[in-house]
Design a binder for this molecule. Structure first.
Ligand SMILES: NC(=O)c1ccc[n+]([C@@H]2O[C@H](COP(=O)([O-])OP(=O)(O)OC[C@H]3O[C@@H](n4cnc5c(N)ncnc54)[C@H](O)[C@@H]3O)[C@@H](O)[C@H]2O)c1
Length: 271
């Protein structure tokens, strides 16, 4: 019997890709599921599939960039299941484009969803988790882009590096309080998903990066494989989740270049 059986998982961006993989894995562990996404049709399809397998599921259309949506999600989860054990702040979108070409609206969309979606999740859910005074765990989905900078990916990189920083701060804060709440930050490389459909792609030099990214995501790690790694990390109470070890030499080289104060070299192009 899994130690997660019967526990309640809230997953944002559940209707597709990584979120869907997490939901299906949690369903296999007989967790009770709170599925949130702004894609109603995708949510309906996943919820029916999981319910048909005997899972207890609550689905709620939610836009993570709207605090009131997350408050309604939390209240619905508590009304239905009486508590929350796992929170996955996972919803996110893509934006390619040169730093100086992205419009203010494109920057705001990325900040609103990829960063404020997570800060909203924390503001709304952490007080509930603290008040429950029982073990809980939060997983924030960042990206490899949260650790390494790629050209023509400015807005995505900025939001994901912010999510890594936020998660590390949160980890220290909860530890300082002695709260029984673990934190993980998920930093995957390419995972098969529909994220490139959310890219408001421009043209020019960024187009080549967009095409390369789309190709590696098409051939990326299956979401089911990623989800198994995420749940293993939760069981281990591990903060860093880096499911693509091929990228570690680039991360090591970046860290060394900071310590040596040498100029950044973009190494991911060779991978
Ligand atoms: N796929 C990858 O290679 C990869 C790698 C690293 C990190 N990530 C991150 O993983 C997370 C999930 O992305 P994915 O790859 O599964 O993409 P996806 O597009 O397949 O799934 C993302 C889901 O989030 C939902 N969503 C988007 N904006 C939302 C909002 N404002 N409110 C609620 N739901 C919203 C979408 O409807 C979709 O169902 C994202 O944060 C992404 O940045 C993905």
């Amino acid at each position: 019997m899994s130690e997660q059986q019967g526990r309640v998982a809230v997953i944002t961006g559940a209707a597709s890709g990584i979120g869907r993989g997490l939901a299906e894995h949690a369903g296999q562990l007989a967790m009770r599921l709170v599925l949130a996404d702004r894609d109603r049709a995708g949510l309906d399809e996943l919820a029916s599939e999981l319910a048909a397998r005997g899972c207890e599921v609550l689905e709620q259309v939610t836009d993570v960039s709207r605090e009131q949506d997350l408050i309604a999600l939390r209240d619905a989860a508590l009304a239905r299941f009486g508590g929350i054990d796992l929170l996955f702040n996972n919803a996110g979108v893509m934006q390619t484009g040169a730093s100086w070409e992205l419009s203010e609206a494109q920057w705001r969309r990325m900040l609103d969803i990829n960063l404020l979606g997570v800060t909203n999740g924390l503001r709304v859910f952490v007080p509930t988790l603290l008040a429950q005074d029982r073990p809980a765990h939060i997983v924030n989905t960042a990206s490899l882009a949260g650790l390494l900078a790629s050209p023509f990916l400015a807005a995505y990189t900025v939001t994901k590096q912010a999510v890594v920083a936020l998660s590390e701060v949160l980890h220290h804060e909860l530890a300082a309080l002695g709260a029984p709440i673990g934190v993980s930050v998920l930093c995957p490389g390419p995972v098969a998903s529909r994220i490139m459909a959310s890219d408001q792609a421009g043209g020019g030099a960024a187009a080549a990066l967009g095409a390369q990214l789309a190709q590696s995501i098409r051939q990326g790690m299956p979401a089911a494989e990623l989800a198994a790694q995420v749940f293993a990390a939760i069981d281990d109470k591990r903060f860093w989740i880096l499911p693509h070890p091929d990228f570690k030499p680039a991360l090591q080289a970046r860290t060394q270049s900071i310590l040596d104060e040498t100029n950044p070299v973009f190494l991911l192009a060779d991978l």
